[in-house]
Unconditional design. Structure first.
Length: 421
């Protein structure tokens, strides 16, 4: 409401002491829409910053969920057992692999919660590999591993041809071999219908299968697997030693790994459970927390840089607008506008730009998270506690960026402003 004051015989309108929120917003939108192209470019930094903020938090939460799921399906169901070097030379059973008993597969399988488990070890020495008995060594970079049927099952190989090593070849110590896809290509084996053979130390082994991938023990992707009994007959008992001795590999049901790990040493050697070191899976929650903190810290820094760039852009553009609208400011002041009115007008403009940029950026961030999750067939995860307040960050950025230009505009001398036109 405009109050009337009398000075002499003249009746002059007295300017209001403050502008209403509606008038401020109307003036701000009018200033923004006068130069729509510049306003869009000014908001771009805030849009990118807020969009990056929302997308980073959403994608991090989504990716962490996928990491946790995959971790639960593999690492959380894997237990490894290492044979420790002993000084008494005592071994249980007839010709067992190191300190592991000869019936290790059955002892491991008897534990509740075990899906499959067995023993494997690298064959001693550096066996020569070839397709012909008198051919050159073609096994550079390949290793020969001995494995029980339970260990092969626990590895969960993806067969592309043939069959895996079973109880029959283990019981009868058959000279057969299971090739990884890399080993098959190196040795020139592509088909199994003709029962091809490869020669390990000049001894023929019939190829019974080829696998392309494994769920556990990825080192076997450059290996040849032979039955453990065959390896014991031809190479003897492997001596316990770091990285070269016999190891146990156990696949458990989800959630059973800690209990299985505690029972394994007693199940394998009731008389000497200290002969083994059991490695249970690490805590999945600590892994997820580490991954989340690392990714969030990195990408939030990038989002912060985008917001800083956006704030600088708003401040520069608002300052340029103040310089370009000097005459307008002078006219408003001459008509009775107070310094607070001018400051509030330009501060409202910058805050409105920041708020619009925050809203648009939040929308783009949400769309990005949902699109990436849909493309990867993931479940999108968006935290309301971080997504909903995101537009307010744009408001704060616009408010802070407009402080200096608004103060400068409010200090404009109306007489100088009018003379400069």
């Amino acid at each position: 409401m405009i109050r009337i004051r009398r000075r002499g015989g003249a009746v002059l309108p007295e300017p209001p002491s403050h502008l209403s929120a509606r008038d401020l917003l109307s003036e701000a939108l009018s200033g923004i829409l006068q130069r729509p192209g510049r306003s869009v470019l000014t908001m771009l930094g805030t849009v990118l910053g807020i969009g990056a903020f929302v997308a980073v938090l959403g994608l991090t939460a989504t990716a962490t969920g996928q990491i946790g799921e995959r971790f639960s399906l593999t690492k959380a169901t894997t237990v490894t057992v290492t044979d420790q070097p002993r000084t008494d030379g005592v071994a249980l059973g007839a010709n067992p692999p190191s300190d592991f008993p000869a019936d290790a597969d059955h002892r491991i399988a008897a534990i509740d919660g075990v899906r499959a488990g067995g023993v494997w070890w690298p064959v001693p020495g550096a066996p020569t590999l070839s397709r012909r008995p008198d051919g050159p060594d073609e096994g550079t970079g390949l290793s020969v591993l001995a494995a029980t049927p339970g260990a092969v099952t626990a590895m969960e190989p993806t067969l592309t041809a043939g069959v895996t090593l079973d109880e029959f070849v283990q019981r009868t110590a058959q000279p057969v071999v299971l090739l990884s896809e890399a080993a098959a290509k190196r040795l020139g084996v592509s088909r199994l219908d003709a029962q091809p053979a490869v020669f390990i130390d000049r001894v023929p082994y019939t190829v019974v299968g080829i696998y392309s991938d494994v769920q556990r023990q990825p080192g076997t992707l450059l290996s040849l697997l032979i039955p453990a009994s065959t390896a014991l007959e031809r190479y003897g008992n492997p001596a316990p030693q770091p990285d070269r001795g016999a190891q146990g590999l156990v696949a458990t049901r989800l959630g059973a790994a800690p209990v299985v790990a505690a029972q394994l040493p007693l199940a394998l050697r009731p008389d000497a459970p200290e002969a083994f070191t059991v490695v249970p899976p690490p805590d999945p929650h600590s892994l997820q927390d580490t991954v989340t903190s690392d990714l969030t810290g990195l990408f939030l820094a990038l989002a912060g840089i985008c917001l800083l760039v956006g704030a600088v852009g708003i401040a520069n553009t608002t300052l340029v607008a103040v310089l370009e609208r000097t005459a307008e400011i002078g006219l408003r002041r001459s008509l009775g506008a107070r310094t607070g009115h001018i400051a509030a007008q330009f501060l409202t403009e910058s805050t409105t730009l920041g708020t619009l940029g925050g809203l648009i950026g939040t929308g783009l961030g949400v769309v990005t998270v949902v699109s990436v999750a849909a493309a990867r067939e993931w479940t999108a995860v968006l935290q309301p506690a971080t997504t909903l307040p995101a537009p307010l960050i744009g408001t704060v950025v616009g408010l802070l960026a407009g402080l200096y230009p608004a103060l400068r505009a409010s200090r404009t001398d109306p007489l100088k402003a009018l003379r400069s036109t």
